[in-house]
Design a protein around this ligand. Structure first.
Ligand code: PEP
Length: 264
């Protein structure tokens, strides 16, 4: 496998449907921005992206920070049209979003298919957004069928993408059994993560050859300030997707600090 892996680490905060008010959103964002501005090594070597609910994007884009980018949590394929309740990538791009989370397990639980995620990825790319493809198995069965599940999910979601586009996609390996909102969840280990990252890299390299090494893979699933360093150092990933802990400015900034320190 060619080793042209990009060095820039990336930390995402997925706020999901939080917080309740714009005032709280602005407060949380400003607090993170203020603290991050004091951390060294966050400029060129790492990216920080906060993905709030759609309705907060515009207000947050007006808060001055050179270190934090904005992302959205979904984008409907297409640009405009008769699609009640939907928001397109073009619209999000216009509001200042640079990234968009797609295929999150909480959306898939509502019936979203790989084929739909594939359409969303292509449309988001056309709108100039970087898609963050969330994927991962619901269970780790003793027969290891979860590898086939992950392979199919990855191949179907990336179907039809060419070599030029794949490097713009971020893969977020998020085993559903480790996500904080999953009932009876279990902790994933950096070793669980590494095993899957190697597997995902092999699939990418079979499909996209020499450019596959440039695709960033991040881990998500109850990451906190205590295990972030381990996942970054031993999980084989280029960053983290943080859900619950990103709603706590102190914890999220600590995770960023850990990443920046490892990045020195
Ligand atoms: C997520 O659902 O994207 C996620 C990473 O959540 P959490 O960190 O809360 O498990």
């Amino acid at each position: 496998m060619p080793n042209n892996k990009v060095a820039t680490k990336i930390i995402f905060g997925n706020w999901k449907m939080n917080p309740l008010t714009l005032k709280e959103a602005e407060k949380l964002f400003s607090l993170v921005a203020k603290n991050v501005s004091q951390i060294k090594n966050t400029d060129k070597k790492m990216e920080i992206v906060i993905c709030p609910p759609f309705i907060y994007l515009e207000a947050l884009s007006k808060i001055r920070t050179s270190k934090i980018k904005l992302g959205a949590q979904d984008a409907f394929p297409g640009d405009v049209g008769a699609f009640t309740g939907e928001v397109s990538g073009e619209m999000l791009s216009g509001l200042g979003a640079k990234y968009v989370i797609l295929g999150h397990s909480e959306k898939r639980a509502g019936g979203e298919t790989n084929n739909e995620v594939n359409k969303k990825i292509k449309s988001a790319l056309a709108a100039g957004l970087r898609p963050v493809l969330c994927m991962g198995e619901g269970v780790r069965d003793p027969e290891h069928n979860y590898f086939n599940f992950v392979k199919t999910e990855l191949e179907e979601c990336l179907n039809g993408l060419n070599k030029n586009l794949i490097s713009k996609v971020i893969i977020a390996y998020e085993p559903i059994w480790a996500i904080s909102s999953t009932q009876n969840r279990k902790d994933a280990t950096p070793a669980d993560c590494l095993e899957m990252v190697i597997f995902i890299r092999k699939i990418l390299s079979d499909k996209f050859r020499d450019v596959a090494g440039g695709v960033r893979i991040v881990y998500g699933g109850s990451v906190n300030e205590k295990d972030a360093g381990d996942f970054l150092q031993k999980g084989g990933v280029d960053g983290l997707l943080v859900g619950k802990a990103s709603l706590d400015a102190k914890k999220f900034v600590e995770i960023i600090k850990i990443c920046a320190t490892l990045n020195k």
